[in-house]
Ligand binder design. Sequence first.
Ligand SMILES: Cc1cc2nc3c(=O)[nH]c(=O)nc-3n(C[C@H](O)[C@H](O)[C@H](O)COP(=O)(O)O)c2cc1C
Length: 173
Amino acid sequence: MKQIIIYASLHGAAERYAERLAQITGIEAKSFKEVKDIAQFERIIYVGAIYAGGVMGLKKTAQGFRNGQEVFIATVGMTDPTDPVFVSNIRKAIRQFVSADICNDDRIFHLRGAIDYAKLGLGHRILMKLMYSQAMKTPDDQLTAEAKAIKETYGQSVDFVNFDTLQPLVEKL
Ligand SMILES: Cc1cc2nc3c(=O)[nH]c(=O)nc-3n(C[C@H](O)[C@H](O)[C@H](O)COP(=O)(O)O)c2cc1C
């Protein structure tokens, strides 16, 4: 079976997960920017970083998906991946571009990433500051899981990457 791991990563967390998955499975991992003919693959494992509630590169990559392909998606974000509201929202974002026919809910996984505020570009730094100010004004019991993650990690360098959390995906492959 012709398979590929495609990743979309700005700061390296999604890329690290993809490379580890490549080591475990023997499937080649490539950035979404390098993969040209997506239609040739029978199975695609997409590992994408979450930025502002969307999965990086998915819109572009999904244009190459076709019926009959088996697609797996793993998102990489700072939010607690067990939070049901987060899971529901990110899956809605995925469904804008990927139908359940080629990637049903059982093939979607959520992993935790990393952030180093010292390495953020100016635009992202401003965005995070705005979200942090908003989170600080919100009572703890009303915070979304995203806002909670920002409040807990703002200004720091934190790394929640845990390769053990790839296991459920590895078992499905
Ligand atoms: C501007 C910005 C927006 C982000 N938005 C989200 C988000 O909506 N949900 C989330 O869970 N994580 C969010 N994150 C955290 C990233 O998903 C996390 O840092 C991830 O590890 C990035 O992956 P990468 O290192 O592969 O680029 C955001 C980070 C930045 C800098």
